[in-house]
Write a protein that binds this ligand. Structure first.
Ligand code: 8YV
Length: 323
């Protein structure tokens, strides 16, 4: 019996590559370059399945390829805004993602950014490394206290809940949130999180606003000049969701004008390009989309994508069906 052909668009941990090879004929991208639109089309034309990542833009144009051999896109990652899911569905392609397994790692990254920007950790690191440090003094590099402050969560899905748990139970923060599909009052209470009536309230009341909504046409530039203007002047913005949710130019302006105090960003509008002005701001912490970047998590993500592929080719329902 011939085994289904799977194109894995980027290198994944070797454990995952080895397990994939047990059930599939695997085509690896050995030099790990980002695939072009033409390479994605070629994969869809010549393989039964695609295992892509956030660096692959599976647009309607790419998905319109003829002839289409692929039947499933098993995304490596929970976010799937790089895939035109409607176009995939229209072409009869199944789509799956990898929720749950990256929740803790991503929540840890959100807390890392929050703590780093509040305590000026990036700036302090640069200070030591450039040998600018002249010694301890009571007024040196004072940051913002975290304990007792209010964290406002935009969205209250799996990752936001994990952030709430850490922030409230670990760091003694007050947590407020807004989500059209909120957790039950019991679940919110267990996390130490309080629902508020609107996003406006989250932005106006929080000392730290952390974004945890998916990138959709509705959430594009949800954080614009107007919303940034609603924030307290001493507040910080944390983004581990998607760059599209923030109008990066408006954020730069707000930071320059002192409308907000700082930002911790793991994701950007035009990755891997980061707006130049951000690179020179000391009150901004910048990470290269490391949300889920632990060895354990990346293995678990790969295994979860593999599980979806196995189920699909066994004719069973997908565990993580997106389309
Ligand atoms: C991934 C992420 O590293 O899963 C997601 O949505 O943003 C990251 O954790 C990336 O998307 C992999 O494709």
């Amino acid at each position: 019996m011939t085994r289904p052909v799977v194109v894995v668009t980027r290198r994944v941990p070797e454990e995952v590559e080895a397990d994939l090879a047990k059930d599939f004929e695997v085509r690896l991208n050995t030099d790990d370059h980002p695939f072009s639109a033409d390479e994605l089309k070629e994969a869809l034309r010549t393989a039964d399945a695609l295992l892509p990542t956030v660096s692959d833009r599976l647009t309607a144009e790419v998905l319109a390829v003829e002839p289409l051999r692929a039947r499933i896109i098993a995304n490596f990652g929970v976010g799937f805004n790089h895939i035109d899911v409607n176009a995939a569905r229209a072409r009869g392609l199944a789509v799956s993602n990898t929720p749950d397994v990256l929740t803790d790692a991503t929540a840890d990254t959100a807390m890392t950014l929050l703590l780093m920007v509040a305590r000026r950790a990036g700036e302090g690191e640069r200070h030591v490394r450039t040998k600018a440090w002249t010694g301890w003094r009571p007024t040196h590099m004072l940051g913002t206290h975290v304990t007792g402050k209010t964290l406002g969560l935009v969205g209250m899905g799996r990752i936001a809940r994990a952030v709430a748990r850490r922030a409230h139970h670990g760091f003694g923060m007050k947590v407020i949130f807004h989500d059209p599909y909120p957790p039950s009052p019991q679940e919110a209470a267990a996390l130490g999180a309080e629902p508020v009536g609107s996003l406006d309230e989250v932005f106006a009341k929080a000392d730290f606003v952390s974004l945890h909504c998916p990138a959709t046409p509705e959430t594009r530039h949800l954080v614009n000049a107007e919303r940034l203007g609603q924030m307290k002047p001493g507040a910080y913005l944390i983004n581990t969701a998607r760059g599209d949710v923030v109008d990066e130019a408006a954020l730069v302006q707000a930071l320059k004008a002192g409308i907000i105090k700082g930002a911790g960003l793991d994701v950007f509008e035009k990755e891997p390009v980061v707006t130049d002005a951000l690179l020179t701001m000391e009150n901004v912490v910048l990470l290269p989309h490391l949300g889920s970047a632990t060895r354990e998590t990346r293995i678990a993500m790969g295994m979860r994508a593999l599980e979806n592929l196995r189920l699909f080719f066994a004719g069973k329902p997908l565990r993580d069906k997106v389309a």
